[in-house]
Design a protein around this ligand. Structure first.
Ligand code: PEP
Ligand code: MN
Length: 677
């Protein structure tokens, strides 16, 4: 190599180093800004500011003799990445969690590249795993081998990718994000041979369809369908055959050491694929980002049924972005309709429109609400955000076909294991319960009595490694003359104490009209044993998106209990945790009889998380620890335990409350035993 080329290349290397350093510095400032943007009054994506930056860099570029278009498009990517970084920081729980993403294909396939771009700003450590088929990627999520499946759903040239739609309708998974990925198909070969030498071209069927005009222009060339574009490139690389080529991306060429024979071979210059991120649980993204929502509906077989559903959206100013129909797997000539529209469930006009649509649909399921790829900033009307407790979430799940053949109790279709074979994990402020999540220890006093009392409990729970604080403010007491709780005043001090120690709150709600106010402060709503069949209350908590601990009624059978859970779920709140707290039997030695056999029975009949409250069952603190250990041993996902700084002075349930130091010892034991499992 000549000296001058060598020295010019070294100069370029030095410039690249400086470019990367500047980008890293920019990123550090972006992260500092992200911390300021924890203030909900500030917008995450500021369109005016973005326009200003683009205009400025474009002008600077022009003045330096650079191409404006090139610099602007580079900056669009940089700005998009900044917004994503900031949004990811808002929901970062600081847990340093890892995320496993399943895609279809091999390394450097379009799905892999799009997934990398989608998760580039994530604050988690992300691992990407390629699977043979779309169904295998979905199965990996169901089996908890992966957290997210990342699949293509439509292409701007060839239209819908129906397999993804069908997989969505056949599962209880949720959409949590989308990505618009520009596809730039290239023809790749081993060496830079003339096009006329190519005899065999392989690629994914979608890519072949998208390049049909180019393929028709070739003579004596055989087209072969491969599993994905990157696999086709890999096959060409391994074949050593100069007459073979693959249609794939430039990234695939780099990965498998191939040459690009021809770029831009799609029928249309602008070729985009929309990908969706699919997870087991819905995810709440930062509501300052423009959102989109996807629904699955079925309509009655009558004139104008679909039109009435669509009118409901139009009348409330909700913009439909996609409508797709797929044949029902259950009945010939019946259709499922997939709808995508702008706006999120946290927006009032969307909630109202969906409430209206639900009345006209036979069944409706919300597949997900998520930040829109390249979405425009919202206008004033869309700024009307509703509190999460009032959000109308109308998630009427239609059980997948398999549920119909499994014998089940008709009064709990949604709660039944038959409708949802995998365990449900409920997320509470980044904390997970159910499935394979760690054993959860919830603790706190029976009643919130004073600031000092609840603060001492919060400190003890925190120091024992707990994350969830219980405390009753509205107390359902057998005698009207007993302490009834501090009401909303208690809720305020409970909230303050919990926040001071970074804990989430579980508290009981007694009246339907209190539900939205309590839900604003609480992270989990508790329905007490005496209210297990208070159907108005169940429906009211069902309309929120706040997780619910549903305690077993004193005289309720397991089936009645599950039917009560169904009341909550049928309103759209699927985040129900069942709590066994003892039932009334002829035995009087204990306050109630802890029915530990309910735990394995429930684990068989339902996918919902199950916890045990040994305190209310035993009635005496001496028996709480052995029952808590037993609860863990029979397969409960957690326990809820009453504690008090001075049990002898407790205003309620002192006899069954553990002193703080007794609780610390028990919590340590339960946690280490859980680790051993
Ligand atoms: C409680 O948890 O404080 C309570 C009142 O429990 P239960 O509804 O199980 O009696
Ligand atoms: Mn109690």
């Amino acid at each position: 190599m000549s000296d001058s080329l060598q020295s010019l290349r070294s100069r370029l290397d030095e410039i690249d180093r400086r470019l990367i350093e500047s980008l890293a510095e920019r990123q550090r400032v972006v992260i500092e800004i992200a911390a300021l943007k924890a203030d909900p009054q500030l917008c995450l994506k500021d369109a005016a500011r973005e326009r200003e930056i683009l205009a400025r860099v474009s002008q600077l570029a022009g003045a330096r003799g650079l191409d404006n278009y090139f610099v602007e498009s580079l900056y669009r990517r940089i700005l998009e990445h900044s917004v994503r970084c900031q949004a990811a920081r808002q929901s970062d729980t600081g847990s340093g969690a890892e995320l496993v993403v399943a895609y279809q294909g091999v390394s450097a396939s379009y799905s892999h590249t799009a997934a990398r771009s989608h998760f580039a700003a994530s604050s988690c450590k992300v691992q990407f795993h390629g699977y043979r088929s779309f169904a295998a990627a979905i199965d990996a999520v169901k089996r908890r081998e992966a957290d997210v499946a990342f699949l293509p759903i439509e292409n701007s040239v060839t239209g819908s990718i129906t397999e993804t739609y069908d997989l969505l309708s056949g599962s209880n998974l949720h959409l949590i994000g989308e990505e618009m990925h520009q596809v730039e198909h290239c023809l790749l070969a081993l060496k830079p041979v003339p096009l006329s030498l190519i005899r065999r071209i392989g690629s994914h069927s979608q890519a072949l369809a998208q390049c049909s005009s180019f393929l028709e222009s070739l003579q004596d060339c055989q087209v072969e369908i491969e599993e994905d574009t990157a696999s086709a490139a890999k096959l060409v690389a391994e074949s050593g055959d100069l007459s073979r080529a693959a249609i794939a991306s430039e990234e695939a060429a780099a990965q498998y050491g191939l040459h690009v024979l021809k770029r831009h071979i799609s029928n249309q210059k602008e070729n985009y694929t929309r990908f969706v991120a699919i997870a087991r649980e819905p995810q709440q993204a930062d509501t300052r980002l423009p959102h989109k929502t996807s629904l699955l509906i079925t309509t009655a077989h009558e004139k104008g049924a679909l039109a009435r559903c669509l009118d409901a959206l139009a009348e409330h100013g909700v913009n439909l972005t996609k409508l797709e129909s797929r044949p029902s797997s259950e009945q010939p000539w019946q259709y499922l309709f997939y709808l995508d529209h702008e706006g999120g469930l946290h927006q009032k006009h969307v909630a109202v429109a969906l409430g209206e649509l639900k009345k006209h649909a036979e069944a409706m399921r919300i597949l997900g609400t998520y930040p829109q790829a390249g979405g425009r900033p919202r206008d004033e009307k869309e700024r009307m955000i509703i509190p999460r407790s009032e959000a109308i979430v109308v998630e009427k799940l239609k059980p997948p076909a398999a549920a119909v053949v499994v014998k089940q109790n008709g009064s709990y279709r949604l709660a039944s294991r038959a409708a949802h074979p995998d365990d449900t994990t409920v997320e509470i402020n980044g904390l997970r319960i159910g499935g394979s999540a760690p054993f959860l220890v919830i603790a706190g006093p029976c009643s919130v009595e004073s600031r000092e009392q609840i603060t001492a409990c919060a400190r003890a729970v925190h120091e024992a490694g707990g994350r969830l604080l219980r405390g009753g403010c509205f107390k359902p007491r057998t005698s009207t003359y007993d302490f009834q709780g501090l009401g909303f005043e208690g809720l305020t001090i409970l909230h303050e104490a919990a926040r001071a120690y970074g804990l989430a709150i579980v508290t009981e709600v007694l009246h339907p009209s209190d539900v939205s106010a309590v839900a604003r402060e609480a992270d989990v709503l508790q329905i007490g044993a005496r209210n297990m069949q208070n159907f108005a209350l169940l429906k009211a908590v069902g309309k929120t998106r706040v997780p619910v601990v549903l305690k077993r009624g004193l005289m309720a059978s397991i089936d009645e209990w599950l039917a009560a859970a169904e009341y909550i779920m049928a309103e759209g709140n699927l985040r129900v945790i069942l709590c066994e707290r003892g039932i009334r039997t002829f035995e009087t030695a204990t306050r109630n009889t802890l029915d530990l056999s309910a735990v394995p029975v429930l684990r068989e009949r339902t996918h919902l998380p199950v916890i045990v409250d040994p305190s209310h069952a035993a009635g005496r603190r001496e028996w709480v620890a052995p029952l808590a250990r037993a609860a863990r041993a029979v397969g409960a996902h957690g326990v809820m335990i009453e504690v008090h700084p001075d049990p002898s002075r407790a205003l309620s349930d002192g006899a069954q409350s553990l002193a703080l130091e007794e609780f610390t010892t028990l919590a340590q034991e339960l946690r280490s035993a859980a680790v051993d499992q």
